[in-house]
Design a binder for this molecule. Structure first.
Ligand code: NAD
Length: 296
């Protein structure tokens, strides 16, 4: 039997954590968001407030004040103790996620479900650090979480069917369609698209075409809304690099072997849209992003 969820917590207030917190608050859940970095939390709360106001205006919703009251920030991990469903959206590194799951288990009730928004790390591996592995699950949102309709739900080796059922119903309650994926690297979507992003980066690195021509080619030929290099910038180049290195180390599959350009950009702190530069330059003025310029 599924569990009733009313209190949701999100750990990590970066791009994904902010968007996930926003969609739950907009859907009427009480949401607590926590990040170890207070500056990131402040930026996140501003972003969520701005987005909820914009969403209310666009959709003629007059409960702006009530929706904004649904969300609060926690100054420490203890602040999430009331949550029935916790979604971790911290840095894409196994050891970081395992440490967060340990911390979460210490403060929440035995009934709470703990989910990871990992793009590709094994849910069973994350659960290794937990006492109760049956309540650990993957809920993989797509960027931006308040707009993209899909959530991959990932069942680890020990995840109970009750946990799966509760997670899928919860996703449905916030207007998402969930698909159930096995606990394999990349699950469904990233398993399929990462080799394509890698090929686009290598095509660029080898001087075959400019970034904007690669993006135009794929958009126009395939009917994709974004080109692969724009998409890579949007996802975050560090996130992609962590994922590819992990899969490449585990499988030796050349499709996931990162090229020089990706490593170089990440080393230089050019992580894509979130850092202001990646394969393109971005200038943020409020919500408006200036026309992209190529940097190579
Ligand atoms: P991000 O770098 O924007 O944000 C990560 C946040 O986690 C930062 O604010 C950081 O301070 C915080 N953090 C790190 N360690 C922490 C800890 N121990 N305790 C509390 N907070 C901590 O990252 P993101 O792009 O939002 O990605 C978050 C997760 O979502 C990753 O697992 C990523 O793979 C996954 N994901 C990302 C995308 C995407 O398009 N960016 C899409 C789907 C899934």
């Amino acid at each position: 039997m599924k569990k009733e969820i009313s209190e949701v917590a999100v750990i990590g207030s970066g791009i994904m954590g902010s968007g996930i917190a926003q969609i739950f608050a907009q859907s009427g859940y009480n949401v607590t968001i926590y990040d170890k970095d207070q500056a990131s939390l402040t930026i996140s709360m501003d972003r969520i407030t701005r987005n909820i106001k914009k969403w209310c205006k666009k959709n003629g919703v007059d409960e702006e004040e009530a929706l904004l009251k649904n969300i609060r920030k926690a100054g420490s991990i203890v602040g999430i103790q009331q949550a029935d469903f916790i979604i971790e959206a911290v840095t894409e590194k196994l050891e970081v996620k395992q440490a967060v799951f340990l911390q979460v288990e210490e403060v929440v009730s035995d009934q709470a479900i703990i989910a990871s928004n990992t793009s590709g790390i094994s849910i069973s591996a994350i659960a290794e650090s937990c006492q109760n592995k049956e309540r650990v699950i993957g809920t993989h949102f797509f960027n931006p979480p308040y707009r993209m309709p899909l959530v991959e739900v990932i069942q680890g080796d020990r995840t109970s069917s009750q946990t799966v059922e509760t997670a899928q119903e919860l996703m449905e309650s916030i207007g998402k369609t969930s698909v159930l994926a096995a606990d394999v690297p990349g699950f469904i979507v990233n398993r399929i698209i990462t080799p394509m992003l890698n090929q686009a980066m290598l095509t660029y690195e080898q001087g075959i075409a400019t970034a904007s021509d690669i993006d135009s080619a794929i958009k126009l030929a395939m009917g994709h809304p974004m080109g692969p290099l724009e998409l890579a910038d949007y996802i975050g180049l560090d996130t992609i690099l962590f994922f590819m290195e992990d899969v490449y180390q585990k499988t030796g599959d050349q499709m996931y072997k990162p090229g020089v350009i990706l490593k170089q950009l990440v080393e230089e702190g050019k992580l894509g849209f979130k850092s202001g530069a990646g394969f393109y330059h971005y200038k943020e003025e409020g919500e408006k992003v200036e026309k992209k310029k190529q940097i190579f």
